[in-house]
Ligand binder design. Structure first.
Ligand SMILES: NC(=O)c1ccc[n+]([C@@H]2O[C@H](COP(=O)([O-])OP(=O)(O)OC[C@H]3O[C@@H](n4cnc5c(N)ncnc54)[C@H](O)[C@@H]3O)[C@@H](O)[C@H]2O)c1
Length: 389
């Protein structure tokens, strides 16, 4: 069904995740670019990918490549995404879309001006339970509150290091941008309500971390002991709280931390409307808790036969057969390549768009400004449409 070749940049945590998800959809991964020709070659050999590129220009000039997946650290996203779109390639970029809103606004404009698909991988939207929650949101009544968290423990010790802790590689906002934006994207998608104002309190628990000499890939700290390290100053936050106002006046609270022992990758939300509520715990992604006032609460287990028709396209296994994190990539990409196959680039995509990725960058900047200035900060609507610079 999908007659397209894909090139991937980045060979760390996300490179294999994208490769696997694309292949499960029957999409050809034609080439890979790592941070050096040796890394490209090694990844190509390990994963059976025909081409190992040495430069990004080789991807741009490769006629076999119809789409590029960007899975490099954040600071590379803008240049490569821009170049790929200008070369006529569709782009699926990892989150966050760019390092700042000037860049993301530029990409929104560019994506509008070319007849191409442009998506950001906010994959949590594609859990079947996320789509179900989105379908059920209108039945909650007017949404009045949203609270939750996204917590992990992989940066718990000052000896834990990854490029994300450096503002120059990932942006000055770290935990909130890296994982908090997943939560914000998800609850906004489910409720249909945009976040319009934030009040943030952030904290860097370790102002100095110990960086191993040499490259360190994501989540590798627990597996690899590094003998040679150097002390580096850290200006990105380890954790933070954000008070939120949604466009309809609903209130929200978000807690984010990369230092919560035992929590490996824990995204939870509770959305309360004037009638009912929904609770989701990302450690049990096949379940949704539905809260009622006047009848017993319900527990919905993922089952295509019991779920909204919109979720059907994004469920491949029957009830009782769990679908999880890798499936959310597959389903996000299914939505992306369905869109390309349909060929109508004026249609509204179901996958996360560059405009939505830009909105997340604006939220990141508002969170940082709020923390620095100790006040509520409003997110600019006009910028959300990508019209201002
Ligand atoms: N959607 C999700 O659930 C999710 C999860 C993790 C990471 N991410 C995002 O994916 C991106 C990558 O994160 P990661 O965890 O895979 O990081 P990682 O450090 O594990 O991998 C990054 C890879 O990029 C390579 N690289 C660096 N510079 C490069 C360049 N110029 N050209 C080609 N390759 C280069 C590195 O060698 C490394 O292999 C980030 O933007 C991150 O925010 C998304």
């Amino acid at each position: 069904m999908y007659d397209i070749g894909v090139a991937i940049t980045g060979t760390g945590f996300m490179g294999p995740a994208h490769t696997e998800a694309l292949r499960r959809l029957g999409i050809r991964v034609v080439g890979i670019l790592g941070s050096s020709p040796e890394k490209s070659k090694r990844f190509a050999e390990t994963h059976g990918i025909p081409k190992a590129y040495s430069t990004f220009d080789e991807i741009l000039n490769d006629d076999e490549v119809g789409a590029v997946h960007i899975t490099t650290p954040n600071r590379w996203h803008f240049d490569t995404t821009q170049a790929a779109l200008l070369a006529g390639k569709h782009v699926m970029c990892e989150k966050p879309l760019t390092m700042n809103s000037r860049e993301s606004a530029e990409l929104v404009k560019l994506a509008k001006s070319v007849q191409l698909a442009a998506g950001v991988n906010y994959n949590y939207r594609f859990y079947p339970t996320s789509i179900e929650a989105r379908a059920r949101a209108p039945m909650l009544g007017e949404v009045v509150s949203v609270f939750g968290n996204y917590v992990q423990d992989w940066l718990l010790y000052p000896t834990d290091y990854n490029w994300r802790v450096l503002a120059s590689e990932g942006g000055r906002l770290r935990a909130l941008a890296d994982i908090g934006t997943h939560w914000m994207d998800l609850v906004q998608t489910i409720t249909g309500q945009r976040i319009r104002a934030v009040f943030a309190d952030l904290r860097t628990i370790f102002p100095v971390r110990h960086r191993p000499k040499g490259e360190v890939e994501t989540f590798s700290a627990k597996r690899v002991q590094h003998a040679n390290t150097e002390a580096i100053d850290i200006e990105t936050e380890d954790q933070g709280a954000v008070l939120i106002r949604f466009e309809n006046g609903a209130q929200g609270v978000l807690w984010v931390s990369q230092l919560t022992a035992g929590r490996k990758n824990n995204l939870r939300y509770e959305i309360a409307g004037k009638q009912d509520s929904i609770w989701f715990d990302g450690e049990r992604p096949n379940e949704l808790w539905l809260g009622h006032r006047n009848k017993p609460n319900e527990q919905l287990f993922k089952d295509p036969g019991l779920m909204d028709p919109r979720a059907q396209r994004y469920i491949d296994y029957p009830g009782g057969h769990n679908e999880g994190y890798p499936d959310s990539f597959k389903m996000c990409f299914r939505s992306f390549y369905d869109y390309i196959a349909a060929g109508d680039y004026s249609a509204t995509p179901f996958f996360p768009t560059f405009a939505e990725g830009h909105h997340e960058i604006l939220l990141c900047e508002a969170i940082l400004r709020s923390h620095d200035e100790k006040r509520w900060v409003t997110v600019d609507d006009q910028s959300f449409d990508g019209m201002t610079e």
